[in-house]
Design a protein around this ligand. Sequence first.
Ligand code: UD1
Length: 430
Amino acid sequence: MDQIRITGGQKLNGTISISGAKNAALPLMIASLLTRETLTLANLPRLADVAMLKRILTNHGVDHSVDGKRIGQDVLTGETVHFTAREIVDNTAPYDLVARMRASFWVIGPLLARTGFAKVSLPGGCAIGTRPVDFFIDALRKLGAEIEIEAGYVIAKAPSGGLHGGRIRFPKVTVGATHVAMMAASLAHGETIIENAAREPEVEDLAACLNKMGAKITGAGTPTIIIEGVRELYGARHAVLPDRIESGTYAFAVAMTGGDVLLEGARENLIDKPIEILRKIGAEVTITNEGVRVSRNGHGLAPVHVVTEPFPGFPTDLQAQLMALVCRADGVSTIRETIFENRFMHVQELARLGADITLDGQVATVTGVPRLKGAPVMATDLRASVGLVIAALVAEGDTMVNRVYHLDRGFERLEEKLGRCGADIERIAA
Ligand code: UD1
């Protein structure tokens, strides 16, 4: 298994180009199941999760081909890929595939809406909490589906006339179930209203793409989404929006090391809350035509008190990165995690670098320390592992990050992007 070695102490200076958002790319790719025609997605990030989902979709009958222009194309731009699901050849998503990537459970919506039947494995446990699928099941039932759970599979059948519109009210904001409800309702008969919908920018991006495919969706990005079902969806072309979590991650990295970096392509409106927190901590953030520029020169880091919340609140996917940053603050910070009940796996690993963190239920109290020291650490999940990278960038001596495949799931060419800005970082191939 690959490892990443980081020797701390270098400031970051230069430009980092922000990739397409993983969390938008995945539902957009899944939307290709809704039509016989070709869905072309540009700015797809080159990530292990994207490659894995391509394989999973192939299993259902989605052909994909990379745009011819790829040869000689700058590796800095994402891929343009054509996805075509002329026929659905298999409407079962087996355990071994869904267990590897939870988001592949989302195929249940398009498969059910298009073919009237879907059999999708329950995703199983996950490192950051139990993450059940009850909201998905309730939503699909509101659209008329008959659903049974049998031998670890969710088996969904549409009524003989197909899915119909319905009123869905989520008890808690859920990104995945909002995506699935929107996709399924797009091909249902009549009107669907989703209340307490997720307002995440990735939901808006999926709705924009579905509308290009012929769907009639209004209100995406607000808590109430209205979908007027259509008989058929068509091919379209859509560019994946920039990754706000990658943007926030590198912004926090610069705040940690000091220096001055332009996050090229980052959009301020996607990271309003993280920017507000960064300014409180003591980083300078300026918005330019090219993206978002982050710098910190001379100032120390101030402690902060942050609660993770659904968008537009502070994202849970930046919680580990923020925690790493405030490990070096002058004072005591608190971070309350409200989205996932077990998302503090990085605490023990940060402690190995010398961090002073105590946990009380869902609240982490972080007392800043004057220095961190390099050590071997283990990546435990995607976002937790990049928190360790941020800490390692200022830790004295070498930090070896093990289980780097977690990072590769969601960060495109991380060591290259940081290395170009002056970080002393290298991948050691197994
Ligand atoms: C998505 C993101 C993930 C992010 C999360 C919250 C992708 C691929 N993943 O995950 O990076 O951390 O949003 O912003 O986009 N829940 C239930 N029952 C359900 C569904 C969810 O109880 O049927 C709970 C979850 O356990 C969690 C909360 O609802 O506590 C929010 O989860 P959700 O927004 O659905 O997360 P994901 O879509 O899985």
